[in-house]
Write a protein that binds this ligand. Structure first.
Ligand code: SAH
Length: 421
């Protein structure tokens, strides 16, 4: 690498991409850092934000006046065309492509396993890049749910979770770390590639994607592992990239962020992302919700519903989804249904009844069908859409709340700070 471009040590770039270091920090005076660390390869630009791409270009010596144009070119290749290397970027000079390739690549987390449910739901186990030499690479799950008129990708925002909701399998896995925006975005890139959504990529031959002419991935829900609002900045940046019209171009109306109720972050979510909101409600009395969703002790129903009432952009055309898991003899009585209707009065809402998905040694059972129907009728008769969500992918533990990876908490240093105000 010539002096013109300046030398950067890959590990530092990687750390910078992960948000550990300011990307402009310089290394020439620190020769001990030049040795190539085992296990940490070149930094990937797949999933990078515009700002990160600009910083990467500046790093390799692209003059300031060219950066905007170069970012636009890379953006198109990475997000519109789904490029996995710099080679096909015909409108980028050969020299710059070679320079970029010497410092960066476009690799994505590896698909370690793919499971396909009888109903066509797919679950991928992804291994993330290691964050330091001791880290073997955390694992996360990501689920794709095809329907006739849409294809929904359920993405994870954290490895593990801090919330310990008593009915949720992910809640039994300790939080390992927050995902970077790049790691969230890469879930979308991986799914599009695998499902044949990029120009030139081939749909799987087992067929299960939405009808002709539809995108395989048309909707994104942040309903995988983790609490998105405890990883706010990265979720916000990921939503911006996923909805960017020059790239992946998913409408914000088709991106839903689900929260267990991190009240202080809700207004900001609406204002800064424009994403649709879903609330994991599950109980209509604080006493019960404290048990099911312990976060309720911090942000009780009254505060949660007040934040919903003022959620920016909630209208009858852009309703807030309230998720309600049906737990046998716990929260499924007609009185609960009536109280639910009363609580939501005045909020542009739809209610999603989710039959409880069992997992090994779960302390709950799913409500009987008749009970769910009765509950649904009460809600429906009060004027709310109340679809009962058909459980999808249960046979491969891909349904709501069944996701969990084997990744254990490593040690404090590998964990990024979790916001908890
Ligand atoms: N932490 C966020 C994102 C996870 S979303 C949140 O709580 O909203 C996952 C959804 O599946 C949530 O509504 C969650 O409450 C629900 N869920 C968790 N475990 C479940 C289970 N075993 N059966 C059905 N739904 C479950």
């Amino acid at each position: 690498m010539g002096a013109e471009f300046g030398q950067r040590e890959p590990r530092d770039i990687q750390a910078a991409m992960l948000g550990h270091l300011p990307i402009m920090s310089h290394l020439a005076a620190r020769p001990e850092q030049h040795e190539h660390p085992a296990g940490l390869g070149l930094a990937s630009l797949a999933g990078a934000t515009r700002r990160e791409l600009g910083a990467a270009l500046a790093e390799v010596g692209v003059p300031e006046r060219e950066i905007r144009m170069r970012v636009a070119q890379l953006w198109h290749w990475i997000y519109h065309a789904g490029a996995t290397s710099f080679d096909p970027m015909g409108n980028v000079s050969k020299v710059l492509r070679a320079t970029l390739a010497a410092q960066f690549n476009l690799s994505r987390p590896e698909i370690v396993a793919e499971q396909i449910s009888r109903d066509g739901t797919r679950k991928w186990l992804l291994r993330l890049d290691p964050v330091d030499r001791q880290d073997k690479g955390a694992e996360i799950e990501c689920v794709y749910i095809p329907e006739s008129d849409r294809g929904t990708l359920c993405v994870s925002s954290q490895v593990g979770c801090t919330l310990s909701c008593s009915f949720c399998h992910t809640g039994t896995q300790k939080l390992v770390r927050n995902l970077t925006a790049r790691e969230i975005i890469c879930q979308v890139l991986i799914a599009r590639e695998r499902l044949g959504d990029f120009p030139g990529s081939v749909p799987p031959d087992d067929g299960l994607v939405p009808g002709d002419g539809l995108r395989a991935v048309s909707n994104i829900v942040f309903m995988g592992m983790g609490e998105p609002l405890y990883n706010f900045e990265n979720v916000r940046d990921a939503v911006a990239v996923i909805s960017d019209g020059d790239g992946l171009a998913l409408s914000k109306r088709r991106i839903t962020v689900s929260t267990a109720g991190v009240v202080p972050r809700m207004e900001e979510l609406g204002r800064e992302t424009g994403a649709m909101l879903a609330i994991s409600l599950h109980a209509v009395r604080d006493e019960l919700r404290d048990k099911l969703v312990p976060l309720n002790k911090k942000y009780p129903l009254k505060d949660l519903l007040a934040a919903c009432r003022t959620y920016p952009g909630a209208t009858n055309a852009r309703r807030i989804t309230f998720e309600y898991v049906m737990l046998k003899d716990v929260n499924d009585s007609p009185a609960d249904a009536r109280e639910l209707v009363r609580l939501l009065k005045g909020i542009p809402a739809k209610i999603n009844l989710i039959p409880f998905n069992p997992w090994p040694r779960a302390p709950y059972e799913c409500s009987d069908w008749a009970r769910i129907e009765k509950f649904s009728d009460i809600v429906f008769n009060a004027g709310y859409a109340s679809p009962v969500r058909t459980p999808r992918g249960r046979d491969i533990l891909a349904a709501c709340g069944q996701l969990k990876s084997e990744t254990e908490k490593l040690r404090a240093r590998a964990r990024l700070a979790v916001q908890d105000e």
